[in-house]
Design a protein around this ligand. Structure first.
Ligand code: FE2
Length: 385
């Protein structure tokens, strides 16, 4: 998944007798991916990590369900107008667009998660548009803030603690097939290549804290978009050490190194993260194309294999008008899309762009929830004429 970290104390080999300072045997947990074939992390707990009973834990958000079928159209959703539900991240996540690979939601929490949460469906990638806070997990704590991508691996026991009194607006990209860095950015030993658009130093990693008892025993687990509750016998934040490659990290979007070309480079050059059925791209402020006759504005294009999502953060979007911060545009496969009238011509001679946006290309068509249709700008499709 990522570079190997060692935190706290671990024994000299897997699965050997390993005792804590009080002489009690510690309990190993293998946190694996792709069965036992993929990346993994091994943790050492003071208590048996699987000792929990089933109980009711009355939390969770609404599963994504499609709104009534509609004709194909270019769509624009104003997520800044999403109703401000009061509550914790585990309760206020609002799915907007989804398929079998990804679920895009908006999250505007006003409180900390009151229970631990483990997402058994997929990895959670958040883009923190507004706000800040902390993820607290069995692997340790990690702070996040505006303009950060926050990654939380599938199945990790954690809580999200938004900073109190700070307005929060997060884009959640739930990756049901697991998230990874595009393979072309790694060399044969897994290190990020020197020509990758980021390096190991650009990522912030979780840091293990001493075992703690927060007084919380409830665990909410999501699997198949349904929630189940459990109660731990002991405090779950009891890890004295771990090593491995699966853990939460933060990548500030502005650490992405953009590229410019002689003429326009397609979005694949901005590829940041990959997941089953989707490429996640970052558009950050950059110089534009440097051919004296270059047209920096993107071309009209048909991507018959992809639905295209753009989440606008800030800056001037040379190709679009009427979109603003927290807008999502959805350009489905099957119909052409491109710049708004005049944008193509106006871009000639410009030397830089200050746009900041997150983009997804998905191979499966995206369905829309009723929550998204409530936020729709009805004139968007015709605004290109
Ligand atoms: Fe496009």
């Amino acid at each position: 998944m990522f570079d190997r970290l060692v935190q706290g104390k671990v024994p000299r080999k897997h699965h050997l007798v390993f005792k804590g300072e009080d002489g009690a045997l510690l309990h190993e947990e293998c946190f694996t991916r792709e069965g036992f074939e993929g990346p993994y992390t091994i943790l050492y707990h003071q208590h048996r990590p699987h000792a929990h009973r089933r109980v009711e834990v009355p939390h969770g958000w609404r599963a994504p369900t499609p709104a009534a079928e509609r004709p194909l159209s270019r769509r624009h959703y104003l997520t800044g107008k999403a109703p401000k539900l009061s509550g914790a991240p585990v309760d206020v996540r609002m799915p907007l667009l989804f398929n079998a690979d990804v679920v895009l939601s908006v999250v505007q929490p006003t409180a900390a998660d009151p229970v631990y949460f483990a997402n058994g469906d997929g990895d959670d990638l958040y883009f923190i548009h507004q706000g800040s806070g902390l993820v607290r997990s069995v692997l340790g704590d990690l702070r996040f803030g505006a303009d950060d991508y926050l990654f939380i691996p599938r199945g990790l026991v954690h809580r999200l603690l938004p900073d109190p009194g700070v307005a929060q607006h997060w884009l959640s990209i739930e990756c049901l097939g697991g998230l990874h860095l595009p393979k072309q950015w790694r060399n044969e030993v897994g290190q990020l290549r020197m020509d990758a658009p980021y390096c190991h130093r650009d990522f912030r990693r979780v840091e293990l804290a001493a075992p703690r008892d927060e007084g919380i025993r409830e665990l909410l687990v999501k699997r198949g978009h349904a929630f189940s509750g459990f109660r731990f016998e002991d405090a779950p934040l009891d890890v004295v050490g771990w090593d491995g490659t699966v853990y939460p990290w933060v990548f500030p979007i502005l650490n992405f190194q953009p590229r410019a070309g002689l003429v326009h480079l397609p979005p694949t050059w901005h590829g940041t993260f990959a997941t089953r059925g989707a490429l996640i791209c970052s558009f950050v402020p950059r110089m534009t194309d440097f051919h004296p006759e270059a047209i920096p504005c993107p071309y009209p294009h048909a991507s018959p294999d992809c639905d295209e999502i753009l989440y606008y953060v800030r800056g001037n979007f040379t190709s679009r008008r009427g979109v603003g911060a927290a807008s999502i545009s959805h350009h489905p496969a099957g119909i052409l899309h491109g710049p708004h009238p005049g944008a193509y011509e106006a871009s000639i001679g410009t030397t830089r762009t200050d746009e900041l946006a997150v983009m997804l290309d998905t191979t499966l068509p995206l369905s829309t929830t009723a929550a998204a249709t409530d936020l729709e700008d009805p004139g968007y499709h015709e605004s290109f004429c």
